[in-house]
Design a protein around this ligand. Structure first.
Ligand code: UDP
Ligand code: MG
Length: 328
């Protein structure tokens, strides 16, 4: 039985994949169980597919799936998750920036009983200032808007136990950011740290456009806070309008000159803006609820059941994977 699955999304990685294979396989052989390496060719335009075919032909432990076009790393990872058979599933990059030795450390954490292990970059080798800064700012912003307890400076280098992997697969929303969803799911989570080396070969596959899509894909499904903005703005405008009306009323009552009728235009405009903002805010509340329903995330995720195996509605409680797998 396969105990460990490694999922490697690859977009135009013909130069990196052979290096990955040469370097990572002997490291994975140090594991205490059978493993599989699943390369997901994300619609590459170079020879990636041929490389995967060749590696698969030569080694049964290597598996491959080729997507019909470039769907993006998140989709490639999800595809790999759908095929992965292991009790522990590790997602990592093809360019050896996620060191295989660190994957072994993550496995140790899993054996200790953690269901999710994140890998945090302590240092990033030779990345542009723009990339480092935008990544650092984005994760802090994402953490704030989603209210999720996201471990900072962690990418998609993760280990998911079988239960966590199945739970990720039970989410059906279209916009995906695995690193946020995994945190939303809960379970026992921990972090290991590592220094991120340089790319083994080739160039980064993340264009600015791809980075923006990834960033937006995280915020929209995981946070409704941005939708609250018009309500908050409406309240502030409302207070401003009220204060304006009171001030002008008092000045009028005291017979103090203040510029005549035109002065009333200002609080009147603020009142109109208040009504518009509150209206948008109200609509946003509905949009947020509709989005929640459309996503159809489960109301809860079961970690363990005790003396229970059938639910009243006939659905099966998630089968509890044999925990002895961890220690075997
Ligand atoms: N990747 C992918 N599809 C894409 C872009 C990237 O599968 O559309 C893969 C890529 O081949 C690599 C991983 O995602 O294995 C991370 O990409 P990259 O190393 O270029 O990102 P960086 O490390 O520069 O952030
Ligand atoms: Mg990389």
């Amino acid at each position: 039985m396969i105990k460990y699955s490694f999922i490697i999304p690859a977009y135009n990685e013909e130069a990196a994949l052979p290096l990955f294979y040469e370097y990572a396989m002997p490291v994975f052989e140090r594991l205490d169980g059978e493993f599989e390496v699943i390369f997901v060719d994300d619609g590459s335009r170079d020879g990636t597919r041929a490389v995967i075919e060749k590696l698969c032909a030569a080694d049964r432990r290597v598996k491959g799936v080729s997507l019909s076009r470039n769907f993006g790393q998140q989709s490639a990872l999800l595809c790999g998750l759908r095929y992965a058979a292991g009790q522990a599933v590790v997602t990592m990059d093809a360019d050896l920036q996620d060191p295989p030795e660190v994957a072994l450390e993550m496995v140790e954490k899993w054996k200790e009983g953690y269901d999710v292990v994140h890998a945090r970059h302590k240092k990033r080798a030779k990345e542009t200032v723009f990339k480092r800064l935008s990544a650092a700012l984005y994760y802090r912003f994402l953490k704030k808007t989603t209210g999720l307890d996201l471990p900072l400076d962690c990418g998609d280098f993760k280990l998911l136990g079988r239960k966590a992997a199945d739970a990720v697969l039970s989410l059906h929303e279209h916009a995906r950011l695995l690193r946020a969803e995994v945190v939303w799911l809960g379970f026992r989570q921990t972090v290991v740290e590592f220094d991120r080396p340089e790319r083994a070969a080739g160039k980064t596959k993340y264009t600015l456009k791809k980075m923006m899509r990834l960033a937006q894909g995280g915020i929209v499904p995981n946070s409704r806070k941005p939708l609250n903005f018009p309500l908050k703005a409406g309240m502030v405008l409302g207070v401003g309008a009220l204060a304006g009306f009171i001030a002008l009323g008092v000045l009028t009552a005291l017979g103090i000159g203040y510029g005549g009728l035109t002065a009333w235009l200002f609080p009147a405009l603020a009142l109109a803006a208040t009504i518009l903002s509150l209206n948008t805010g109200l609509q946003n509340l509905y949009i947020a609820e509709i989005y929640e329903e459309v996503k159809g995330r489960p109301h809860f995720v079961v970690q363990e059941t005790y003396n229970l195996d059938e639910r009243r509605d006939g659905s099966e409680a998630r089968p509890v994977p044999p925990d002895e797998e961890r220690t075997e």
